[in-house]
Design a protein around this ligand. Structure first.
Ligand code: AMP
Ligand code: MG
Length: 492
């Protein structure tokens, strides 16, 4: 069989300063753990061929397919607020780009495929646990309808990687509409390379925002567009209880996709101060801080673009500030619209944000499970007696009762029939999210017992997050106290 990646690469045609050419490092014995067959087909790839030994060798980086132009991309970034002028793909290699069935250009990247000139002190490798975590959570996000990078495949390398202990090594094949980050702009800006910033901006406009190519001030419009997409993305995160965990500027994508799943996690009971990441000691990237951090990261992007705005620095700064000042409104309108849908409100009223906030406050006070509260509220929309299901989630159920009386009054003012409301609510309030204790159980079984049955089962559940799945309903349950996972690790 021959290799069939219909590559059409554009990033590798940019100036040499944008990347380093480097091939993946061959590994001992590739073993395919999972191929995302529907995604493969969508990308125009033959899933049967990818599952063949030759396909697995490519997905492990042991063999480079025809037409690939492997590169490690250069980028910089603020990590926990501290600027690092050179990060780059230290353990990822972009094979190339393909055009998917929707006509969208998609990067195909191997993560964990060996050292690159950007590896610094790292080994360029990934361990199986973090690869499975990224596979599960990114695919769950996609099924929830949230913009994200995708996972095409996970392979084991047959080699071990040394972390605190030796762990099985793995490679994730990641698919993104691009891997360009805020940190990619910072890389050129930090070097005073305005031409590099301009080339990158032009590439980004052509690729992600083609409608801006011929507007009056394309670089201003680009900043506004990225601000809009990030504002909407973070709103979507909050609406499902997602905590990215490492919102550094190098993990902030220009296309507005969720990228770089490290110590990310979904919260169980609602608490806006929730932090899972073991390295986030200050809570910089806590759940409720995410909009503020997104704006901080976008401000770093704006700084990079200033020289493209105007030679008059003060004018450029004031234009950037004006664009950044839209973030709050863009975020808030996306977030409030999302909350209204979660509450089953079809119309807009002044008191709605307060109604939603009061529920969240009551949930926080009563350790109510975020996901289940909204899911069960959907059923309560049909039949007030079903309110019992929600009540049980509150430490003190009267905290729910008081709020529910106001909610019933509010929905009672709308003409929609209860069945329509319930259906609309169930379409936005998932039953299933990748709960931490389930993800950890998958990783434990895979790493310690070479057992991937739980991995497959969890992926199957999460592929239909809005459907009841009676046989697997336990996946919707919050952890028992002894099952709770309080910390997650990058595992790099
Ligand atoms: P991350 O925390 O995965 O977003 O990575 C931050 C930076 O560290 C990026 O430049 C990565 O390429 C690099 N990095 C992370 N893990 C490794 C590793 N095992 N080997 C080499 N570079 C790494
Ligand atoms: Mg990263």
């Amino acid at each position: 069989m021959t290799v069939h990646f219909p590559f059409q690469n554009t990033y590798a045609a940019l100036p040499a300063s944008f990347f380093a050419r480097v091939a993946p490092t061959p590994v001992a014995s590739p073993r395919l753990i999972k191929l995302n067959r529907p995604l493969a087909k969508h990308l125009g790839l033959d899933p049967d061929w990818l599952e063949s030994p030759e396909g697995a060798e490519i997905l492990a980086g042991k063999r480079v397919p025809d037409g690939a132009e492997p590169i490690a991309m250069a980028y910089a970034g603020h990590q926990f607020g501290h600027f690092v002028p050179q990060l780059g793909d230290g353990r990822a290699i972009l094979l190339g780009e393909v055009i998917d069935a929707d006509g969208v250009r998609r990067d195909i990247q191997l993560k964990g495929s060996g050292p690159t000139p950007f590896s610094r002190r790292g080994d360029g490798r990934a361990a199986l646990g973090p690869v499975l975590r990224e596979y599960i959570v990114s695919e769950a996000m996609a099924a929830l309808g949230i913009p994200t990078t995708r996972s095409l495949a996970a392979v084991m390398t047959g080699e071990s990687v040394l972390r605190e202990t030796p762990l099985p090594g793995a490679v994730l094949t990641r698919v993104a509409s691009s891997h360009i980050r805020v940190g990619t702009f910072q890389y050129f800006a930090a070097r005073g390379d305005t031409e590099g910033v301009r080339r990158l901006a032009d590439h980004v406009i052509g690729r992600h925002y083609p409608q801006l190519a011929n507007v009056d001030r394309p670089y201003h419009a680009l900043l506004e567009a990225v601000i809009g997409r990030q504002a909407e993305l973070v709103a979507r995160w909050l609406l499902v209880g997602f905590i990215h965990g490492v919102m550094n500027t190098d993990n902030t994508s220009i296309s507005g996709e969720t990228i770089d799943y490290g110590p990310c996690a979904f919260m169980d009971h609602y608490d806006p101060a929730t932090v899972f990441s073991s390295i986030d000691e200050q809570g910089r990237y806590a759940y409720a801080n995410q909009p503020r951090i997104a704006l901080w990261n976008l401000t770093r992007l704006a700084e990079c673009l200033l020289p493209l705005f105007s030679d008059d620095q003060e004018k450029a700064i004031s234009e950037a500030q004006s664009a950044l000042s839209d973030f709050a409104e863009r975020f808030s309108s996306a977030y409030q619209a999302g909350l209204r849908s979660k509450l089953g409100l079809f119309t807009v009223r002044d008191g709605d944000p307060a109604l939603a906030q009061d529920l969240l406050d009551a949930m926080a006070k009563n350790q109510a499970d975020f996901t289940l509260t909204f899911r069960r509220l959907s059923d309560a929309a049909l039949d007030p007696a079903d309110g019992r299901g929600v009540r049980q989630l509150f430490a003190d159920p009267t905290g729910y009762d008081e709020w529910a009386a106001r909610w019933r009054q509010r929905i009672g003012d709308e003409p929609q029939d209860p069945a329509a409301r319930r259906a609309a609510m169930r379409a936005v309030n998932p039953a299933f999210i990748p709960r931490n204790h389930r993800v950890e159980a998958v990783i434990e079984a895979a790493v310690n017992r070479d057992d991937f049955a739980l991995f497959e089962e969890l992926l199957a559940v999460l592929s239909k997050p809005y459907e009841d799945q009676p046989a697997l309903s336990g996946y919707g349950d919050p952890p028992e106290p002894h099952q709770r996972v309080l910390q997650t690790f990058c595992g790099t």
